[in-house]
Design a binder for this molecule. Structure first.
Ligand code: ADP
Ligand code: MG
Length: 232
């Protein structure tokens, strides 16, 4: 089943006199339960592409479908509601809330959802912390844990609402290699266990090898796609 479909998507940024064609006609079809990477040099359009799929921005031309819904037609409120319900995000800079503990950071997206009984909330947070190996650290604050640990917490936070899709823009850019591999492997385990589709971007060829499907971007176009494992 197709989870994401892009049809001839173009994105043009216009700032004053300067026009940038950030995406030049992207066609893409990503199945459910996939583990996907976008690789390409800085400026190739990875973030722009992730932002369109994540309902954070709209295409200048073409169509973006997530779950057969054309998300490019949403207004702001509809985009926000759709994101809250269906998507999780992981960022390069972790974006944890400094005044909240590890536990509270993971719990936070659940507080935005419609009423969830306290017990269920607690169970979900503890389950995810366990999955990413952060149970022991749950009372710590972000400034008391390492970068790799922060990104594990961010992965748990992205998954706590059971989204179908998690988008991670350069999630390993601020991590050393060994730690980066661990974080990517946790994401892959989550795909296998929960059926979550993960898309991460990177400019690091060593990390990208972990993905099942790799799309290479260059100058706003997909110039290569490599599928290592077909999804049933
Ligand atoms: P990547 O994530 O691969 O580094 P981006 O998607 O951020 O690439 O950028 C693609 C191109 O679009 C670049 O030329 C970049 O300078 C330009 N760009 C990105 N965001 C904006 C913006 N908000 N306004 C103007 N130009 C932008
Ligand atoms: Mg980027």
């Amino acid at each position: 089943m197709s989870l994401i479909r892009l049809e001839n998507v173009r994105k043009i940024y216009q700032t004053g006199e300067v026009t940038v064609q950030a995406l030049k006609g992207i066609n893409l079809d990503i199945q459910k339960k996939s583990f996907v990477s976008f690789i390409g040099p800085s400026g190739s359009g990875k973030s722009t592409l992730l932002n369109l799929i994540g309902c954070l921005d709209k295409p200048t031309e073409g169509k973006v479908f997530v779950n057969n819904v054309e998300v490019g037609l949403f207004n702001r409120a509809e985009s926000a509601a759709f994101r809250g319900k269906n998507l999780g995000f992981v960022f390069q800079n972790f974006n944890l809330i400094p005044v909240l503990t590890v536990y509270e950071n993971v719990e936070y997206p659940l507080l935005m959802l419609d009423h969830l009984p306290l017990k269920e909330r607690n169970d979900r947070v503890l389950r995810l912390l366990e999955k990413v190996g952060m149970t022991d650290q749950k009372k710590k604050y972000p400034n008391q844990i390492s970068g790799g640990q922060k990104q594990r917490v961010a992965v748990a936070r992205a998954l706590v609402t059971n989204p179908q899709l998690v988008l991670a823009d350069e999630p390993t850019a601020n991590l050393d290699h060994a730690t980066a591999f661990k974080v990517i492997n946790i994401m892959q385990e989550m795909t296998n266990e929960f059926g979550t589709t993960f898309i991460f971007s990177t400019h690091d060829p060593k990390i990208v090898g972990e993905a099942e499907i790799i799309y290479t971007l260059e100058d706003g176009a997909i110039v290569n796609s490599e599928i290592k494992k077909e999804k049933k």
